[in-house]
Write a protein that binds this ligand. Sequence first.
Ligand SMILES: *Cc1c(COP(=O)(O)O)cnc(C)c1O
Length: 436
Amino acid sequence: MIDVRQADSAHVWHPFTQAKTAAENIEIVRGEGPWLYSANGDRILDLISSWWVNIHGHAHPRIAAAIGEQAQRLEQVIFAGMTHAPAAKLAKRLTGLARFDRVFFSDNGSTSVEVAVKMAMQTWFNRGFTARTRILAFEGGYHGDTFGAMSVGRTSGFHAPFASSLFSVDFLPYPATFFGDDTVDAREAAALEKLDCALEKSSEIAALIVEPLLQGAGGMRMSRPVFIDAVVRRAQDAGVLVIFDEVMTGFGRTGSLFAADRLTRKPDFLCLSKGITGGFLPLGATLCREETFAAFLADDFSAAFAHGHSYTANPLACAAANASLDLFAEEGTLDRLPALESVHRDALTRLVGDWGVAAEPRVVGSVAAFRIPSAERGYASAIGLTLRSVCLKSGLLVRPLGDVVYLMPPLSISVADLEWGWDRLSHSVREALRVL
Ligand SMILES: *Cc1c(COP(=O)(O)O)cnc(C)c1O
């Protein structure tokens, strides 16, 4: 049998990891519900949905069976000139649920963003507005790690080595808010004023991209629906196409199937990935409107969208996504969210009030976040790594963004497991502060 630890440490390069100082990677052999089981026999509560992808729990038999059945029939086929039932069915369901018209499939979140940005730019190009090339984005936004996604997410702080090769983007302030924030009205008004300024040059702007309601990797920063609505209204009134990057917020995270469901204005593009397959297989989807699709129709190839990925609309991934959507209905997944949200609120109230170890508490749907007030600010803050290792010892998988701690459990987690997780986390935060 292979020595996993030896082979891993000798040959694998792990993502978003400083290998020189990182703790040894933990070998996971099994998952069930919100629990992961290590080769050492430890049970770990997955409070971050394995990087925000898991929805219905690990190794859910319903999704596993759907993938198995599909694998025995058709594992993969070229998606240009061919189609298949899992993709057609998924496209019909997604456009129905999100009230869009068309789906362009790719294979991860970054590519779903690349597709939306490129489609927006080419829409204007095809219509003869060749000056409409600029993109508006928000400070602190994160949209993935490919070059286009890095360009629109440059201020997330992760892409410095590539700064000189990224295309130029106009960034707007993001009025992140939390419970008890009394400056949010003023900061929203200031951000909208900046937007109005930027929109004076709307004849040069192709699109605006935003993570609606919740910026993820930028620090779990939440914004009010009224703000996002105002942004969309102003941008669309100026003719600018609006892209919602719901790679993380999609599939129930913010309390509704999509964050867009909580808003009155609808975007022109919706980027989906992560939870789309319930967390089983990589799949990206970019939803758009029929007007966009129509802008690419012509008698020759020149206006076509010359973009595609080898595994576009992989049948196994589409089968997993269809099974995941079935589970939303069968298990009443969204109906469970208010109970999780109230566990989050109660726990945060204790952490802030009784224990004094949390600041800027915030909750949206299944996601809770807070800042550790006494810690150094930012992603590189030592508290994040310390807390991660203290939590692991007490059976919790968390991955703080520096001084920002967040919980984003699978939506299927029970109230009892979530309460247990918060209890352990609260003690871990105090221990981590003592260790530092
Ligand atoms: C994770 C994420 C991405 C990138 O998705 P990958 O599948 O990791 O490429 C893009 N946008 C948002 C909002 C994300 O959270």
